[in-house]
Design a protein around this ligand. Structure first.
Ligand SMILES: [Zn+2]
Ligand SMILES: [Zn+2]
Length: 303
């Protein structure tokens, strides 16, 4: 489905969660933000005549299919670029090198195969020509996109601001009911909070994201609710540990982040995100680790 945003902007909406929405810029120059759309949408946007591809971040659901854009100049923020240069770095940036430790009894290869994350598929998506930085402007003719560095989801995650249209494409600050996600080594809930606060200050009148099928007119309110879920997760983890000490695996079984774990990856992310909250709560002096693996709430904490 292709949804018009303004005269020159169109949202290409994918239906499957392992793909993403892309923003098409039809101007003197043709551009697209993200290439990870459903394969059946690819031909309808004529990828061979796209001049510029921009990525919000390095995740596979966003960069897949970039082999269909052979003429385009393709770029990403410098902090995410290394993840798309070497398979070991890709593994590290996605925290897959922690799989063995965090997911005993689950075979990584089998789980990766289920979601199409095989080595061959991933390496096909590594055609990057350059990098950009915060505040760079990309001019398509009548349309200008301003790059806003919004770390949190990944270190180099960026949103794209179209000032004339007062329109924001916020990537994986995705406004879905399962977000925010900060389950990789260089992700950070603190950065996520700061990035969302920055986007709220822009007062966008319309927001689209990589994973919801609509253009939001109440985006500022939704951004606030989305940000506040991070604090609610802190509270849930702390409340559980107030009842009893627990290790990471027991905490992950309480579904404090995700209501269901339909694939091993969701359980893996639950654990990675829990680790970020445990680190936050330890930094705030509310939780401590003992016996090298158990966590407990400290006396006299909050709540
Ligand atoms: Zn992502
Ligand atoms: Zn995504």
């Amino acid at each position: 489905m292709i949804v018009p945003v303004s005269e020159h902007l169109k949202l290409v909406v994918s239906e499957d969660f392992t793909f993403c929405n892309c923003l098409l810029i039809e101007d003197k120059q043709r551009g697209i933000i993200e290439t990870g759309m459903d394969k059946n949408l690819l031909s309808s946007i004529e990828p061979h005549s796209i001049d510029t591809v921009l990525y919000t971040h390095h995740h596979f659901d966003h960069v897949r299919h970039n082999e269909f854009f052979p003429q385009a100049y393709i770029s990403i923020h410098g902090l995410d670029y290394p993840a798309l240069t070497d398979f070991n770095l890709f593994f590290h940036y996605n925290s897959f090198d922690q799989w063995k430790e965090l997911m005993p009894g689950y075979d990584y290869e089998e789980a990766a195969y289920q979601v199409g994350l095989t080595r061959e598929e991933v390496i096909r998506s590594w055609h990057i020509n350059g990098t950009f930085e915060n505040r760079d402007i990309v001019d398509f003719g009548n349309t200008c996109a301003e790059i806003i560095h919004t770390p949190g989801h990944s270190a180099g995650h960026c949103a794209f601001w179209f000032p004339r249209e007062e329109f924001l494409f916020s990537g994986d600050i995705c406004l879905t009911r399962v977000g925010p996600w900060y389950g990789e080594i260089y992700a950070s809930p603190e950065d996520m909070i700061n990035s969302i606060n920055y986007l709220i200050e822009l007062k966008p009148s319309k927001i689209a994201t990589s994973h919801i099928p609509e253009i939001c007119k109440d985006g500022v309110e939704r951004l606030k609710r989305y940000r506040d879920r991070i604090y609610k997760r802190d509270e849930r983890v702390y409340s559980y540990l107030k009842q009893k000490p627990a290790d990471l695996h027991e905490l992950a079984g309480q579904h404090l982040i995700y209501k269901i774990h339909p694939t091993p990856f969701v359980l893996f992310w639950e654990k990675l995100i829990l680790l970020k909250h445990l680190e936050r709560l330890q930094n705030q002096g509310l939780v401590e680790k003992f016996n090298n693996k158990l966590y407990r709430a400290k006396q006299g904490g909050w709540l």
